[in-house]
Structure formats: C-alpha cells, structure tokens
Design a protein around this ligand. Structure first.
Ligand code: HEM
Length: 501
C-alpha cells in the first residue's frame, strides 16, 4: 500500500516537472483544444519579462493561439513598422472597436473607449481644456502646492524618524491628490503623515488589474466569471461601485456649488466644472446635463493622469537608485539653473535641464507606465511584417518589450542611458514614436504628455535638491500584471535630508 502511494506521488512529480518544463519554454506549446493558454497562465506572474523573451526569440512578432472556438488568438508585436502602420499611417482601420470597449467598459463612453465623431468631440474638448491658461496655471499651482506642503513634509518626517518609506505609495497618493483636485476641484488629501486608507484609490488599482486579466483570458471565461461574481471580476464590480458612488458625490456637490453661485470670477477651472459648462453648439455629442457623461469623463481622467505619472516617477527613482552618476549629473544641472528653494518653476528654466529630461525619457522608455496597447483592425489587413490579420483580430503592441529589443534600440537596449536622448550639440534628441511609444503614437497620442513631463521634472528637482534616496537592500522587484506598470511589493527607500551650505 505504502509502495503504491509512493509510486503515485513519484509519477505525479514527474508529470508536474515535464509540464512545467514544457510550459516554461520560450516558445509556447500549442495544446489540443486549450491552445497556448496553459503556458500563458503559468507565465502570468512574470508576464512582461516573458513577452520580452518570446518576442526576442520570434523576431518581433508572435502569434498566440487561444483555446479552440474562443476567438482569443492574439498577435503580439513590437515591430516598429507595424506600430507605425497601426497607430499612424493606417489609423482609420484601427479604431478602439467593440472588443476594447467591452474590456474597458467600466470607463463607459470616456475618451479611451470612444471612436469616430464622439472621440473627435472628446479629444477636441480635452485639448481645449488643457490649452486654457487658467487650467495650466491651476495644474502647476496644484502640483507645486502638494509637493511643498505635503510631499516634502512626509519625506522630512521619514528622515527625522528614520523610517522606511514606500516611495511608490507616496507617489500614488501624490498623483491621486493632484489629479482629483484637477478633475473635481476638491483635494482628497490622501498624502499626509497618517497615510489614510482611500477607498477610491484602491478601487482604481483593483480595476486596473482586473482589466489586465480581461485582455488575456478568453472573453467567455471572464464574462462567466463576471456573471457568477468571483475573483478579479468580483473585485472589478466592487471597484466600479466605489467609483460610481464617488463620482455621484462629486457631481452633486459641484452642481450645488454652482447653484449657490459659490464660484467666483477667475476661480481655478477644474475638469468637472469645465464639462458642466461645455458649449453644446461646439461639441454636439457632449451633454453637460448627463451625469453618465460626467462620470465617464472623470473616471477616464483619473485613470489617465494618476497612476501613469506615479508609475513613471517610481521607476525613475528606482533607476536613479542604481545609477548614482546620473544623480550627480542631474544635481549639477539643477544647481546651475535653480536657487535652493524656488517657489515657482518656469518652463523656460525647466527646459534647460536636458540631462534630467533625458533620464526621464529613458525611464519612461524602459518602464512605460502603460506597458501595452491593444488594437483590432476594422477590415482585414496585412501588416508591414507580412502578417495577415482578420477583421477584429486582437493585436497587442507590447511597449515594455519594445524598449528591450536589441534590433530596435541596439545592443545596450536594456541599459539605463540618459545619454541616448542627448544629441552631440547637447539638446534633447527626438525619437520617433513608433520606436518610443510610451505616450502612444499618431492621432491618439497621449494628450497629457507635456503635463506629465512637467510634473515629473518638478518632483525630481525638489527631491534631488533636498534628499538622498537609498533603496532598501535585498527587496524583491516584481511587476504587477496590470494595465499600469507597478511594483508588486512597492519601492522601499531610506530618505536622508541633504546637508547643504
Ligand atoms: C507619464 C505619464 C503618462 C503616460 C506614460 C501616458 C501614456 C498614455 C498612453 C500610452 C495613451 C494611449 C492609450 C490608449 O490609446 O489606449 C494615453 C492616452 C491618453 N492620455 Fe496619457 N499618459 C500619461 C499621463 C497623462 C496625463 C497626466 C493625462 C491628463 C492630463 C493624460 C491623458 C490622456 C488622455 C486623455 C488619453 C486619451 C487620448 C485619446 O484616446 O485620444 N495622460 N496616455
């Protein structure tokens, strides 16, 4: 009996090891009925690094076969010619489409999901808001205010009390406060000494993870999971309820504020106030009286502006913690440009920080906060790489992997080199967006790119001028499988105030 048990366990072990070996190969086994799904499930915890290996091994484009009859094949590509074709030169054939809208349905009809005339109205109106002088002033004063009054005191406190800080958490709270203020006009003050639990912030992170899993599981699986209400889909449903409640509160508070005539002439313009007063004649498809339209716009901008910028900042400081020479160079540049304690950051002065911007671009290249984009052709097409794609086929543009391809960025592709962004004459070098796609490319290029770069530069200047940041030794750095590139265990650092004359 004991021998039988021993044999059974041994056979189970052998089968387990054979399967693990087969599933961990760089190219995936295509199983009968299940396709390559088992391999994908095994690799999900290290999804992003696995895609790098697969695309390197298969020459920039890889066809993933989903389970039979589930319409879940995927074409992963990092071929710059394909990226250019899909995002720019053949843009009209690559709308977001019904599959994308289904996956991102929690964002409703916001700009991320919209196509055609609705997208045009949303894009034009968002562009108009971001170009307004009063909104730009509000953006900068909000950022500088939260940096000076809350970010720096939190770091001072960490220095005085000698406590380890999770810099990722600090940046997420920082961008949550700045983004919510710009979107609603109200500051949630999540960044403070006691680091309060913020339901909406957690809900957004849960939603981002669930949406990731929707991309790579057969639709029928996650639809069933959503219907039965368990796992990531349950988390998503709860997160959407939190988002709905928060938006409804902000909308009614703002309507009440407007009804009471609390707003004074020349007061800062937030996104919600702007859309409540949008000109219907100019933007026929936008309805300022429709709470659903306001809710979709608010949630989209919270997702677009908040976690992207905080992820960008976290990876930037992570890379600097490994590259002290880059810190010295950036500090030299800052000292030559700014006083020790400035209260305002002029864009002309910020633009003089060429090496700093090189380092920011380099960290956004290596760790793009939006690590992939998903596209479907409206009509069948042949990509420049020669791959034929049917109408509604799913194509994944893998931006995280793109940065690591030697055939695109050279032998040193995986290294952090701000110098690659600086030309011989000492100015910032332009890289085409189909090669550096961290802000997307073509007509749907990120509309908040300049805002994000300025925010990152201001935070970098303030922190690098005033503190030494040292990463805690031996911490594990893993990526969360999510639509935003976050660190699974946070980024733990020691903060020391710099003693300067
Ligand atoms: C480092 C920070 C940021 C990165 C890396 C980033 C990246 C991106 C990417 C890759 C897209 C394309 C998404 C898609 O088509 O599915 C996008 C779109 C967008 N981004 Fe950003 N973003 C950042 C910050 C911001 C900020 C601060 C704002 C708002 C002020 C913003 C607003 C938007 C909007 C509205 C879109 C949709 C554009 C459209 O579909 O026409 N982003 N962004």
């Amino acid at each position: 009996m004991a021998l039988k048990g021993f044999l059974e366990i041994s056979i189970a072990f052998v089968i387990f090891f054979i399967f693990s070996f087969l599933l961990r190969k760089k190219t995936l086994t295509n199983w009968p009925f299940l396709g390559m799904l088992p391999g994908l499930i095994v690799e999900t915890p290290r999804f992003y690094d696995w895609i790098v290996e697969i695309l390197e091994a298969t020459g920039l484009t890889f066809h993933f076969k989903g389970p039979w009859f589930t319409r879940s094949d995927l074409l992963f590509t990092v071929d710059p010619a394909n990226i250019n074709h899909i995002l720019s030169s053949n843009f009209v054939n690559y709308p977001k489409g019904p599959d994308f809208r289904d996956i991102f349905e929690p964002l409703g009809d916001g700009i991320f999901n919209a196509d055609f005339d609705l997208w045009k109205d949303l894009r034009k109106s968002a562009h108009a808001l971001l170009s307004r002088q009063d909104f730009q002033g509000f953006t900068k004063s909000t950022t500088v205010g939260v940096v000076k009054n809350r970010l720096l005191p939190v770091l001072d406190h960490a220095d005085k009390t000698d406590t380890v800080v999770d810099l990722q958490d600090v940046f997420q709270r920082f961008t949550f406060d700045t983004t919510l203020t710009l979107v609603t006009g109200y500051d949630p003050k999540s960044l403070s000494m006691d680091m309060p639990h913020v339901e909406l912030a957690i809900a957004v992170e849960d939603a981002e993870e669930a949406i990731f899993h929707r991309h790579f599981r057969p639709r029928i699986f996650w639809k069933l999971q959503s219907w039965l209400g368990f796992g990531f889909e349950k988390k998503l449903r709860d997160a959407v309820a939190v988002g709905d409640r928060a938006c409804a509160n902000y909308i009614s508070a703002k309507r009440e504020e407007i009804r009471r005539g609390d707003r004074s002439e020349g007061e800062a313009m937030d996104l919600l106030t702007y859309y409540m007063n949008i000109d219907k004649n100019k933007y026929e498809l936008l309805n300022p009286n429709d709470d659903k339209f306001l809710r979709d716009s608010m949630l989209t901008f919270i997702l677009a502006g908040r976690d992207t910028t905080s992820a960008g900042l976290t990876w930037f400081f992570f890379l600097l913690s490994k590259n002290p020479k880059a810190v010295t160079k950036i500090r030299g540049e800052i000292e030559a440009t700014f006083e020790r304690s400035v209260n305002w950051f002029d864009q002309v002065d910020l633009n003089k920080l060429v090496y700093l911007y090189g380092a920011i671009y380099e960290s956004l290249r290596l760790y793009p906060p939006v690590p992939f984009n998903h596209k479907s052709p409206a009509r069948e097409d042949v990509l420049p790489s020669g791959h034929r794609v049917d109408a509604n086929a799913k194509i994944v543009l893998a931006f995280y992997a793109l940065a690591r391809m030697k055939s695109v960025w050279g032998e040193d592709a995986s290294e952090f080199k701000p110098e690659r962004w600086i030309s011989d004459s000492g100015v910032l070098r332009h890289e085409p967006s189909f090669k550096f796609a961290s802000f997307n490319a073509g007509p749907r290029t990120c509309i908040g790119k300049q805002v994000a770069l300025t925010h990152m530069a201001i935070v970098a200047v303030e922190i690098l001028q005033n503190y030494d940041i040292t990463a805690v030794d031996g911490q594990r750095v893993e990526l969360v499988p999510s639509v935003i590139l976050r660190m699974k265990h946070g980024f733990k650092v020691f903060v020391r105030k710099r003693c300067l004359p």
